[in-house]
Design a protein around this ligand. Structure first.
Ligand code: GDP
Length: 192
């Protein structure tokens, strides 16, 4: 079945965003923030499914080995379902992304988010970055430019508005994201 997937590190606001997309019925589960299996919901308004993939990266109470298993599971799911994934929404915390990415890069490591984003591009899944928690960002354009640059989209970010969508899931600000998703759906003939 055709689907939109949500993927991102834990605590970026993926569950909050999922609730905005599928409505209040979305059950965050008994362990908020630690979604361990893909959760699939029908997006009735659009006629396809939305799948929330587990959050990855650091989570308190989850050990390194388990974190690696989660990441492998996400990569496997995306590879196996690449043909039926209409759009991947890559959710990031816009207020923390640059600092985390630069810290990892200064240690000579590839940040999780940059790794994941490159992987989605490599498997030809259309991807929209939901740059979330914009309410916590002071200089929005500078931050979005910095994020764009690190993900391989030369600034200014505004020329990539089908790939980078600022959101504030907590306040229900998702217009830019829905607009970007629609652009991808219509380019695949799914805008009926
Ligand atoms: P998940 O682990 O990615 O599913 O993240 P959650 O949806 O559980 O959100 C993690 C935390 O971030 C919660 O405290 C949310 O209320 C908060 N959060 C989500 N979206 C936003 C946002 O747009 N702005 C701010 N400031 N906080 C947010």
């Amino acid at each position: 079945e055709d689907e939109v997937v949500l993927v991102g590190r834990s605590n970026v606001g993926k569950t909050t965003l999922m609730r905005e997309i599928v409505g209040k019925k979305y059950d965050v589960g008994s362990r908020p923030g630690v979604t361990l299996e893909p959760n699939r919901y029908e997006w009735n308004a659009e006629g396809f499914a939305v799948t929330d993939l587990p959050g990855f990266g650091f989570m308190s109470g989850v050990d390194e080995e388990r974190r690696e298993d989660i990441k492998d599971g996400i990569v496997g799911y995306l590879e196996d379902n690449a043909d039926s994934i209409l759009v991947a929404v890559h959710v990031i915390d816009a207020s923390a992304f640059i600092e985390i990415a630069d810290r990892w890069e200064s240690r000579g490591e590839v940040p999780h988010d940059i790794d994941l984003h490159g992987f989605l591009v490599d498997i030809d899944v259309p991807v929209v970055v939901s740059a979330n928690k914009t309410d916590k960002v002071d200089d929005r354009d500078a931050t979005l430019d910095g994020i764009a640059e690190r993900l391989g989209y030369p600034p200014p970010w505004k020329q990539w508005d089908d790939a980078i969508a600022p959101t504030c899931a907590k306040r229900g600000s998702t217009d830019a994201l829905f607009g970007a998703i629609r652009t991808h759906l219509s380019s695949q003939g799914r805008d009926d």
